[in-house]
Design a protein around this ligand. Structure first.
Ligand SMILES: C/C=C/C(=O)SCCNC(=O)CCNC(=O)[C@H](O)C(C)(C)COP(=O)(O)OP(=O)(O)OC[C@H]1O[C@@H](n2cnc3c(N)ncnc32)[C@H](O)[C@@H]1OP(=O)(O)O
Length: 225
C-alpha cells in the first residue's frame, strides 16, 4: 500500500505505521485548517517486519511559541522505532512560551544526483489509504478554509517519494512549503545523506538521512536527538 502510494518501499514506512496505526495526532481543540506538518524525524531501532504487532506510546514533548504560530512536537515510541513529528499551528503563537531552538537544514556545496517525480492528481487520495485521513488532503472546502486553492499533498507522501529506495536508520526533515497533487517534484540527493525537494514554485522539503551500515553510499554528517 505504502509502496504504491509513494512509488517504492522505504524504511520511512515506519512513520505512518506508528503515527496512524498507533495513537493519533490528537491536537484537541485546535482549528485543524490551521495545522501544517512542519518537521519529521525517525530513528529506526530494527527493521519493521512484514507481519506482527507492536505497542505504541505517544507523548506531546514540547509546545514552542514561534511567533506566527505554535510548534507542537509529539513523539511516538515502539520496539521498532521512534518518530518525532512537529506541527505548526498558524495564528496560535504569541502566548509567551519558549521559542525553542532555531534548527537549520543545509545541503553540501557539491553537485547532487537529480531525479524527477510527477505526482498524480489522485496522489493524496492514494496516500490517504495509509491511514492519514486529514481532510486537508481531500476536501476542497476544508482546504479553502485553510487558505489553499485545492487540497494539498501529505507532507509524509512528499517525504516518502523523496527517500524511496533508500536504506537508512535515521531521518530528519522539514516541510518548507505546500505541494499540490499533480506537481512535479525535483529531487536532489547528496552522497552524504542530505536531500532537497522542489516544485516549480520553489523548495518544499529539506533534510537528511543516516544510511544503514549495509548501504555503501556513505554516512550522513548529521545526527540529532
Ligand atoms: C497535519 C498536517 C499534515 C500535512 O501533511 S500538511 C502538508 C505538509 N506541510 C506543509 O505543506 C507545510 C509547509 N511549510 C510551511 O508552509 C511553512 O514552513 C510554515 C507555515 C509551517 C511556517 O512558515 P512561516 O509562518 O512563514 O514561518 P516563519 O515566519 O518563516 O518562521 C517562524 C518560526 O517558525 C520556524 N519554522 C518555519 N517553518 C518551520 C517548519 N517547517 N518547521 C519548524 N519550524 C519552522 C522558523 O524557524 C521560525 O522560528 P525561529 O525564529 O525560532 O527559527
Amino acid at each position: 500500500m505504502y509502496g504504491a502510494a509513494v512509488g517504492g518501499y522505504s524504511p520511512a514506512f515506519a512513520i505512518p505505521l506508528l503515527q496512524h496505526g498507533g495513537p493519533q495526532l490528537g491536537l484537541t481543540g485546535a482549528d485543524m485548517t490551521q495545522v501544517l506538518h512542519a518537521e519529521q524525524s525517525l530513528w529506526l531501532r530494527r527493521r519493521v517486519p512484514a507481519r506482527g504487532s507492536a505497542v505504541v506510546t505517544k507523548t506531546v514533548t514540547d509546545i514552542y511559541d514561534k511567533g506566527s504560530g505554535a510548534l507542537v512536537v509529539s513523539t511516538w515510541e515502539s520496539d521498532h522505532a521512534r518518530t518525532r513529528s512537529s506541527c505548526f499551528i498558524k495564528g496560535e503563537g504569541g502566548f509567551g512560551g519558549e521559542r525553542g531552538e532555531t534548527r537549520t537544514f543545509e545541503v553540501p556545496d557539491a553537485e547532487p544526483d537529480v531525479s524527477f517525480f510527477r505526482t498524480s492528481p489522485d496522489q493524496a487520495l492514494r496516500y490517504r489509504e495509509t491511514g492519514d485521513v486529514n481532510p486537508m488532503h481531500h476536501d476542497p472546502e476544508f482546504a479553502a478554509r485553510a487558505g489553499f486553492g485545492k487540497p494539498i499533498l501529505h507532507g509524509l507522501c512528499t517525504l516518502g517519494i523523496t527517500v524511496r529506495g533508500m536504506d537508512f536508520t535515521e531521518l530528519h526533515a522539514r516541510f518548507t512549503a505546500p505541494v499540490f497533487p499533480g506537481d512535479e517534484l525535483k529531487i536532489e540527493h547528496w552522497p552524504t545523506g542530505e536531500f532537497r525537494t522542489s516544485t516549480t514554485a520553489g523548495q518544499v522539503l529539506i533534510g537528511s538521512v543516516r544510511f544503514s551500515e549495509v548501504d555503501n553510499r556513505g554516512k550522513s554528517a548529521r545526527s540529532d536527538s
